[in-house]
Design a protein around this ligand. Structure first.
Ligand SMILES: [Zn+2]
Ligand SMILES: [Zn+2]
Length: 153
């Protein structure tokens, strides 16, 4: 389910994720939504990748902020279903988004995309319907059915 949090809420949702990690970064102090399933799957990703930390660079976005960062204003971030993340390994270095995309696919995130040409940031979401596997370096349309194939194993 999707839960609502007040801006100042610091509930520890799971072992490695706090409500405040997901609040909107538009500069206004407003409430925000976060899907329980999203956080549970992020926790699975944390374990599978043996992370030292996962930084949520963008969680919930109000419509205005979503548009400001070139979103549609009504995408999965505005519903509390999405997070843009950077995963760090035990060596303290970012784990390649190519690896993160593949493991996110195994875990069952329904929206997954590499975000930057450096392959350090990954979008993941738990959209209720359909599936979107993308590589934003190559535009916003679906690029693959299988990240293992797409990234060459
Ligand atoms: Zn906002
Ligand atoms: Zn995103």
């Amino acid at each position: 389910m999707i839960r609502k949090y007040e801006y100042g809420d610091t509930t520890q949702i799971t072992q490695h994720f706090n409500a405040k990690d997901f609040r909107c970064k538009c500069g206004k102090e407003h409430e925000f939504s976060v899907s329980d399933e999203l956080v549970q799957k992020l926790e699975q990703l944390y374990a599978t990748l043996n992370c030292s930390k996962i930084i949520v660079t963008s969680g919930f976005r109000c419509s205005a902020h979503d548009k400001a960062v070139k979103g549609s204003g009504s995408g999965q971030h505005t519903l509390g279903n999405a997070a843009d993340i950077c995963c760090y390994g035990q060596d303290g270095q970012p784990i390649s988004s190519k690896v993160v995309c593949c493991k996110a696919q195994d875990i069952g995130f329904r929206g997954i995309a590499n975000i930057t040409a450096a392959y350090q940031y990954t979008h993941v979401d738990v959209r209720p319907n359909g599936k979107w596997y993308g590589d934003e370096v190559h535009g916003n349309s679906t690029v693959t059915d299988d990240f293992y194939k797409y990234f060459g194993g």
